[in-house]
Design a protein. Structure first.
Lengths: 86, 885
C-alpha cells in the first residue's frame, strides 16, 4: 500500500541520549521536560513502523504518535496530495 | 526435556520470583499461555527458571525463535528437535536438521504426535515468538494450538500479542495471559533483589529505585550491575531517580561506562553477530581473552547468556545487543563494514555459510555474497540440504536473482527441490541469459552448473533424450582441460551419473543404469558425499542381465541400511529402495514384509515431487491388495499408478505392468468393458516383455466373459520373450492363465501341464506372486503332487495362498467384520467426519498414538490406503452409516 510521505511527531517518555537518538537518524529530536519528541518526514508506512520497532527494541516508552497535517488553509497550490491520518 | 537445572546455566544473582513461578504453574492448567510484554520485562528469565525447576509433573520443550526467522522449515525443525531431544539447550554449531520440505499437515502432525508421545504431560515453550516472520509458520502454529493433545500445553512468549487468533480457545476458557504488569517487580521483590545482590541501600533508596524503574526487570538488573561495587550506592540512586533520562538507555550507558575499556571494546565490536564463541569474539575485538570476559559478564548477570552447557557459545540479551549496535555505529562507524567482513570470513571458514552470506550482505559486498551462494549452493544440492538454500536466498532482497546468475541458479535448485519444475526452468533460463556476458572463466563454470541443474530437471520430468543431451554437455564441460580445472569435477560427474542412472532405471535400461549407478555410488563414496551415494544405491534395486532378483532384493535392503547409517533414513530419495524391497518381497510371496516396507516407502515418499518413484509405490500397493484378493483396493492403486505415470513426459518402465494389471483387475471385478477401454487407451509400446502383460490382461478379460477358448487363443500369441537369463515375470502368469482356461474347458491334463510349466518358470526366482494374483489354488489342485518336480515350491505356494488371501469376494468382505476390534470400530466411526487425528484422540480420550495405531490397522484390514478409501470400504461393508452424519 502506498502511503504518501508524511510528517510525524513521536513523543517518548524520558530524555534520550546520543546513543538512543542515533537509532532515529531521519528524525529531529527535541527534549521537552521529561520527554523526547522526534519529528521527521517518514517515507511511507514501512518507515513509520521501522521507527516504532526501534522504539520497542530499545525498551523505550511510546507516549504519542501523530501525523502533522499541513494547515487546511494551505495556499500551496502545487501540493495536491490530501493529507492522511495514520 | 529441560528438567535438569544444570543444562543451561541461569545467570547467578537472579531473583527466584516464587510468586511468578506459581503464577506460571497456575497458567499452564489452561491449554495455551500467552506472555506478552516489552523487552526486558524478564520473560525469558522467568521461563528458563520455570522450565529448570525439577518436577515430575511435566516435561518442557524449550524453543527460542532465532532472530528475524523467516524460514518456516527451520522454525519447525527447531521445535521438533526441542520436543525430541531432552537436552534443554541447543548447540549453535549444529545447523538444524535439514529435512526435506514438509507440507503443512506433516509439520502439524509431527509436532502433535511428538507432544502426545511424551510420558509426562508436555509443555512446549516458544520464546521470542515476535521474531517469527513467516506467515506460513504462524498459520501452522495456530493449527497446532487448535489441535493440541489433551495433556499438552503451549506457552508463547512475545514482545507483542502474537498474530494468532485465539478466539475459540478464549471462548473455551483455555487461554491464560501474562502481561507486563504481572511481570513487574514489586517493591518487596526489589528489596529482595538488592539483598540477594549484596547491595546495601536505605529503604528510601530502594523505594526510589523501584519507582524510577517502575519494576521493569531489565532496569533493575542494570541498576544492580552498576550498584555492585559502587562506592556510593545512595548517590547513584539519587542521581538516577532525580534525572529524567530514558531509563533503559541511561542504565545501559552506565553499565557500559563502568566496564574496563577492553571489555567495552569487546562488547561493541562483537555486538553485530547474533552469537559468538571466544575465538570469534577475539577476532572481532582484535585481542585475546574475550572468552574469559564473556564468562565473567555472564556470572555478573550482565545481559550475557551462554548457549550451551560447556559455556563456549554466548549471545547478548537483545536489549543490550541493540544498544551496543547503535553505540558501535555511532562511535566506530568506519569499522562496521570491516567487522562484518571479518565475521563473514570466520563463518565461511567454519562452514556456516548462511551467517557468512548475511554478514557479507551487511558489509555491502553484494557480488561477494552472490559468489558465496554460487560456491555452496551446488554442494547443498549434493547433500540434500534444501532448507539451507532457502534460508540463504531469503537474505537477499526480492528480485535480486534478475541481476545475478548465481542467485538465479540457487533459486532454480530451490524450486527444483520443491517440485516446482516450471519455476525452476524459468530461473535456469534467467541464469542462461547471463552466460554470454560473463567473463570467460566464470562462463564455463556457469555453463556446467546450468547443465547439471537442467539434467536434474529433465530427470524429474522423465525426459530421456533431454537427459542424455545434458549429460553429454556436462561431460564435455568437465573434460575440457583447456581452462582452469573444475574443483567440483568429481561431484558433477557423480551427479550426472546419478541422474542418468535414474532416468535409465525408469525407462527400463537396467543394464546401463546398473553401470552408471555403480560408478556414481563408488565415486560419491570416494569423495565423501553420502546423500549422493544413497541416492545412487536406492535406485540399484532392479535385476539386470548380470544381477539376479535375489541380489536386487538384497541391494534394496542394503541401500536402506546405508541410508540409516548416514542418518538419511527419512529422505524421499529412499522411496525407490523401500518400494523395491516391498516389490520383491511380494513377488516372492513375503506379503507381510512387503507391507511393512511399503508403508515406510509411503512415509518417506513425495509423490508430487518424484512421480517416477510414485508409480512404483502405487503399483506395489496394487500388487499387495491383489495378492490378498482385495480387488477393489487393488484397482484404485493401479489406477493411481497409471495416473502418476501420465504426469511424466517419458514412458515409465512400469507403465505396461500397471496398465496390464489395472485391466486384469477391472476384469476380475466384472468390468470387462472398462478393462478393454484401459487397454485401448494405452499406446502400443515396443518393449516386448511389457507387451506380455497386455496379452495376459486380454486373456483375463476373455475368461471373465466366459470364453476360455478365446483366452487360450490370446495366450498362444504371447511371444516367448523370456530373456535367457533373468526372472520370468510375465511367463508364470501366462502359464497360470492358460492352465485356468484349460481347467474351465475340462482339460485337466493340459491344465496340469500348464501348472507344471508355471512352476518351472517360477522356480529360479521363487515368483510366488502370480499364483496369488491369478487365484491359482484350484489349478494347483489339478496337479498331482507326485508328478511335479517342484514339490517344495508348490508346498510353499499352497501355504501362501492358504495363509493369505481368501479369493472369493464374499469371503473377503464377510471375514473382515470380525477382524475390526471394538476400539478400531470406535475410531472408524470418526473417519467420515472432518475431525483430525488429534481431534479424534481428544474425543475418545486416548493418545494420538493410539488413534494412529487403530487407523493403521483399519486401513490394513479394509485394504485402504487413505482415509477416503477406508470410509468407502467401510460403507460398502456397512460398518459405518452411508448417510452423512
Amino acid at each position: 500500500m502506498a502511503t504518501p510521505p508524511g510528517l510525524y511527531a513521536i513523543r517518548i517518555r524520558g530524555r534520550l541520549g546520543a546513543t538512543a537518538l542515533s537509532a532515529f537518524p531521519s528524525m529531529v529530536s527535541e527534549l521537552k521536560g521529561g520527554e523526547t519528541v522526534l519529528t521527521g518526514l517518514l517515507e511511507d508506512r514501512s518507515a513509520l513502523f521501522g521507527v516504532v520497532a526501534q522504539i520497542e527494541a530499545l525498551g523505550l516508552e511510546l507516549l504519542e504518535l501523530r501525523q502533522i497535517r499541513p494547515r487546511s488553509t494551505s495556499r500551496q497550490s502545487g501540493d495536491d496530495r490530501p493529507s492522511q491520518g495514520v | 526435556m529441560a528438567t535438569t537445572p544444570t543444562e543451561v546455566s541461569v545467570a547467578r544473582g537472579l531473583l527466584d520470583r516464587e510468586d511468578l513461578l506459581q503464577l506460571l504453574d497456575r497458567a499452564v492448567t489452561k491449554r495455551v499461555t500467552v506472555i506478552s510484554a516489552p523487552p526486558g520485562s524478564g520473560k525469558t528469565s522467568l521461563l528458563r527458571a520455570w522450565a529448570d525447576r525439577p518436577t515430575h509433573l511435566r516435561c518442557v520443550a524449550f524453543v527460542s525463535v532465532d532472530r528475524d526467522q523467516q524460514n518456516a522449515q527451520r522454525f519447525w525443525c527447531a521445535v521438533l528437535d526441542a520436543i525430541r531431544s531432552p537436552a534443554g539447550s541447543i548447540d549453535p554449531e549444529t545447523q538444524p536438521a535439514a529435512t526435506a520440505a514438509l507440507d503443512d499437515d506433516q509439520v502439524v502432525d509431527r509436532v502433535l504426535s511428538g507432544l502426545a508421545e511424551q510420558v509426562q504431560p508436555a509443555v512446549l515453550v516458544i520464546d521470542d515468538l515476535h521474531e517469527l516472520r513467516s506467515a506460513d509458520a504462524l498459520a501452522q502454529l495456530a493449527h497446532v494450538l487448535a489441535s493440541l493433545p489433551s495433556s499438552a500445553r503451549v506457552v508463547l512468549s512475545s514482545r507483542r500479542d502474537p498474530p494468532i487468533r485465539l478466539h475459540q480457545l478464549r471462548l473455551a476458557d483455555e487461554v491464560t495471559e501474562i502481561r507486563a504488569a504481572d511481570l513487574r517487580f514489586t517493591e518487596r521483590e526489589t528489596r529482595e533483589l538488592l539483598v540477594e545482590s549484596a547491595i546495601t541501600l536505605s529503604d528510601a533508596g530502594a523505594a526510589a529505585l523501584h519507582q524510577r524503574t517502575e519494576g521493569w526487570a531489565a532496569g533493575l538488573r542494570l541498576a544492580v550491575i552498576s550498584l555492585s561495587g559502587h562506592p556510593d550506592p545512595e548517590r547513584f540512586v539519587a542521581e538516577f531517580s532525580g534525572g529524567d533520562r530514558a531509563v533503559g538507555e541511561y542504565l545501559l550507558a552506565e553499565m557500559l561506562e563502568h566496564q574496563p575499556s577492553e571489555v567495552q571494546r569487546m562488547l561493541l565490536r562483537t555486538s553485530l553477530v547474533d552469537r559468538m564463541n571466544g575465538e570469534l569474539a577475539d577476532l572481532l575485538a582484535g585481542r585475546s581473552g574475550s572468552e574469559q570476559m564473556l564468562l565473567e559478564l555472564e556470572e555478573a548477570n550482565a545481559f550475557v547468556v551462554s548457549l550451551d552447557p560447556q559455556r563456549t557459545w554466548f549471545r547478548y540479551h537483545q536489549l543490550l545487543a541493540d544498544f551496543l549496535r547503535l553505540e558501535l555505529r555511532r562511535t566506530l562507524a568506519d569499522e562496521v563494514s570491516d567487522l562484518h567482513r571479518r565475521a563473514a570470513r570466520w563463518f565461511a571458514d567454519h562452514g556456516d555459510v548462511v551467517e557468512a552470506v548475511r554478514h557479507t550482505l551487511a558489509a555491502g559486498d553484494w557480488p561477494d555474497a552472490a559468489r558465496l551462494v554460487a560456491e555452496h549452493s551446488f554442494r547443498w544440492v549434493l547433500d540434500g540440504q534444501s532448507g539451507t538454500i532457502d534460508a540463504v536466498l531469503q537474505a537477499f532482497p526480492e528480485g535480486a536473482s534478475a541481476d545475478h546468475p548465481d542467485l538465479a541458479l540457487a533459486h532454480a535448485a530451490s524450486e527444483l527441490n520443491h517440485g516446482r519444475l516450471e519455476e525452476a526452468a524459468a530461473q535456469l533460463a534467467l541464469a542462461e541469459s547471463h552466460v554470454p556476458s560473463a567473463p570467460p572463466a566464470r562462463r564455463r563454470r556457469l555453463t556446467v552448473a546450468i547443465a547439471s541443474l537442467r539434467l536434474a530437471l529433465a530427470r524429474r520430468s522423465g525426459q530421456f533424450s533431454e537427459v542424455i543431451e545434458q549429460v553429454n554437455l556436462l561431460e564435455a564441460s568437465i573434460a575440457d582441460e583447456s581452462s582452469e580445472p573444475l574443483a567440483m569435477g568429481s561431484e558433477l560427474r557423480a551427479v550426472a551419473l546419478l541422474n542418468l542412472g535414474i532416468v535409465e532405471t525408469w525407462s527400463r535400461r537396467f543394464d546401463d543404469a546398473e553401470r552408471h549407478l555403480s560408478e556414481g555410488a563408488a565415486l560419491a563414496q570416494a569423495i565423501g558425499r553420502p546423500y549422493l551415494e544413497v541416492a545412487c544405491r536406492a535406485h540399484q534395486v532392479f535385476p539386470t542381465t548380470l544381477v539376479s532378483l535375489a541380489t536386487a532384493r538384497a541391494r534394496g535392503r542394503q541401500a536402506v541400511a546405508l541410508a540409516e547409517r548416514y542418518g538419511l533414513g527419512d529422505r524421499p530419495i529412499l522411496a525407490p529402495a523401500l518400494g523395491a524391497v516391498a516389490f520383491w518381497a511380494i513377488w516372492m510371496g513375503a506379503f507381510d514384509e512387503g507391507e511393512s516396507a511399503l508403508r515406510r516407502a509411503w512415509e518417506v515418499a513425495e509423490p508430487q515431487i518424484d512421480p517416477a518413484a510414485a508409480v512404483l509405490l502405487h503399483m506395489v500397493t496394487g500388487q499387495l491388495h491383489a495378492a490378498r484378493g482385495r480387488h477393489q483396493a487393488a484397482l484404485e492403486a493401479f489406477a493411481a499408478g497409471a495416473q502418476a505415470q501420465s504426469l511424466l513426459t517419458g514412458v515409465h518402465a512400469l507403465a505396461t505392468p500397471v496398465v496390464g494389471w489395472l485391466a486384469a483387475t477391472q476384469a476380475r471385478l466384472r468390468m470387462p468393458d472398462e478393462a478393454r477401454e484401459t487397454l485401448i487407451g494405452f499406446p502400443a509400446e515396443p518393449g516386448r516383455m511389457g507387451l506380455s502383460f497386455i496379452y495376459n490382461a486380454r486373456a483375463v478379460i476373455c475368461m471373465v466373459e466366459g470364453d476360455p477358448a478365446g483366452a487360450l487363443d490370446v495366450l498362444r500369441d504371447v511371444p516367448d520373450v523370456t530373456p535367457p537369463t533373468g526372472p520370468a515375470f510375465t511367463l508364470v502368469e501366462t502359464h497360470l492363465l492358460a492352465g485356468l482356461a484349460h481347467l474351465h474347458l475340462g482339460d485337466r491334463v493340459a491344465a496340469a501341464a500348464a501348472a507344471e510349466a508355471a512352476l518351472v518358470a517360477a522356480e529360479p526366482d521363487r515368483l510366488i506372486f502370480p499364483f496369488a494374483m491369478t487365484q491359482a489354488a484350484e489349478l494347483l489342485d489339478a496337479l498331482p503332487r507326485h508328478e511335479t518336480a517342484h514339490g517344495a515350491l508348490l508346498a510353499d505356494i499352497v501355504d501362501v495362498l492358504r495363509g493369505e488371501s481368501a479369493p472369493s469376494t464374499e469371503r473377503e468382505r464377510g471375514s473382515q467384520r470380525e477382524e475390526l476390534s471394538p476400539s478400531e470400530l470406535r475410531v472408524l466411526r470418526y473417519l467420515p467426519t472432518n475431525l483430525t487425528r488429534p481431534e479424534i484422540a481428544r474425543e475418545l480420550f486416548v493418545s494420538i498414538n493410539t488413534v494412529n495405531t487403530h487407523i493403521r490397522n483399519i486401513y490394513s484390514k479394509l485394504g485402504a490406503r487413505d482415509r477416503s478409501s477406508a470410509v468407502q470400504h467401510a460403507r460398502e461393508l456397512r460398518l459405518v452409516s452411508t448417510a452423512r452424519s
